[in-house]
Design a protein around this ligand. Structure first.
Ligand SMILES: *Cc1c(COP(=O)(O)O)cnc(C)c1O
Length: 419
């Protein structure tokens, strides 16, 4: 092992990586006859057995629709569902559980804000600032509003390291700036953005701030009140929870003033053809129809699991993995890392001279290593860096330094094959 890897053993004790790994049945899998090395965590994280058991337990014991029932199963399901709202509140330190809206994921959470808050508060000529680091899901909803309402989308630029240009950010504000929509951590480069400072600046200009926390929630402690975020979104499947569920946090006063965006059951108080239909209070006003009940309850279990391991320990361990991987791939001839911000989460994006990212991804899979290749839903960013695709390795609590070594060795072999 290298010196870095040896030091890593000390951290292993802090985190107990072996204990963490034992919670993930999928890590025992083989791919093409090789042990799976899963380094695509920024796309989706694997699921601990506690979360899988929670899903199974729900369907085995108390599957029922929530809120409307007066029978035992419905009561149990409702209690577990609403109990998760409190778990999520605690996870991001929101003031009240009614500030937590369950959605299908980060994408739906951002679309909810665009369609509800946006349509109620924006008019032609109003400006929304997004950053060049954004995921398409924090770009396209604002472009749709630009087409429909005539708002203007302005872009916060990044420097050659993939760090937001804060001088340019300040300079973009005008009296028409209404909203800043920015990610907390970039999924393409791993850059951690100074969202606390960005919120202060936005608020000083009378603008609101929406933070896309899809890549932050799994890696660092999030405190929406400390950030002073007006909205904060994240996805269950990237924080060791199930697919199909996510969270929108909104300050209570903002959510209360917002109109519903989808109509249906659950979100109403009274429905009539003679008098105006009236709506439920927050958060139910924004949760039309039967939600992903099992997934919401399992998300709560995932957040408890994360809390049990400890986000500080997870973040420190991933930083160790990232440092080890960065040092090792930097020795590969013709390899260029994209995203070299001083403050980075566990994402390593790179391109290799004379080797297509797609080819690397396909061949390295043959060796059991799962990485992502492509544009990572961040085409404007990659275009600025002169590429249309990168390879991306991204880390989670269960990854080991040995897996990083396997990955780097496999990468060298694959590059030798395609060059
Ligand atoms: C994954 C991701 C999204 C979209 O999340 P979904 O779960 O696909 O809705 C948005 N922003 C960032 C930064 C992401 O990483």
């Amino acid at each position: 092992m290298t010196e870095l890897a040896t030091q890593g053993v000390i951290d292993t004790r802090v985190l107990d990586v072996a204990g963490v790994r034992a919670d993930f049945p999928i890590l025992e899998r083989r791919v093409h006859g090789k042990p799976l090395v899963y380094l695509d965590n920024a796309a989706t994280s694997q699921t601990p057995r506690q979360v899988i058991e929670t899903l199974s337990d729900y369907y085995s014991r108390y599957n029922a629709n929530i809120h409307r029932g007066l029978h035992t199963l419905a009561d149990e399901a409702t209690a577990a569902f609403e109990g998760t709202r409190e778990t999520v509140r605690g996870f991001i330190n929101a003031a009240e559980p009614r500030e937590i809206v369950f959605t299908r994921g980060t994408t739906e959470a951002i679309n909810l804000v665009a369609n509800s808050w946006g349509r109620a508060n924006l008019e032609a000529g109003d400006e929304v600032l997004v950053s060049l680091l954004e995921h398409h899901s924090n770009i396209v909803p604002w472009q749709l509003l630009a087409d429909q309402l005539g708002i203007v989308v302005k872009v916060i630029p990044v420097d050659e390291r993939g760090v937001l240009d804060m001088e340019a950010y300040r300079a973009l504000f005008t009296e028409r700036t209404r909203l800043v929509a920015v990610n907390h951590v970039s999924n393409a480069f791993g850059t951690v953005n100074p969202v606390r400072e960005m919120a202060t600046i936005a608020h000083a200009h009378g603008a609101r701030i929406l933070v896309d926390g899809a890549q932050a929630a799994p890696h660092q402690r999030v405190d929406v009140r400390e950030i002073d975020a007006d909205f904060y979104a994240f996805s269950g499947h990237k924080v060791y929870g199930p697919t199909g569920v996510g969270v929108l946090y909104g300050k209570a006063a903002l959510l209360e003033a917002m109109p519903p965006w989808q109509g249906g059951g659950e979100m109403i108080k009274t429905v009539s053809f003679e008098a105006p239909t009236t709506f439920a209070g927050i958060p139910h006003k924004f949760e039309a129809g039967t939600p992903a009940i099992a997934e919401v309850i399992a998300l709560g279990r995932a957040l408890e699991w994360v809390g049990g391991v400890g986000l500080e320990a997870i973040g420190a361990w991933e930083a160790r993995l990232l440092a080890h991987a960065t040092a090792a791939v930097s020795r590969i001839d013709g390899l260029r890392i994209l995203g070299t911000a001083p403050d980075k989460a566990g994402v390593l994006s790179f391109v290799v001279d004379g080797a297509h990212s797609q080819d690397i991804g396909l061949l390295i899979d043959q060796l059991g290593v799962a990485i992502r290749t492509g544009h990572h839903c961040a085409q404007p960013l990659l275009t600025q860096f002169g590429v249309d695709a990168t390879c991306r390795a991204s880390f989670a609590a269960y990854n080991t330094l040995e897996e990083v070594d396997v990955f780097v060795e496999a990468l060298e072999r694959v590059i030798g094959m395609v060059r």
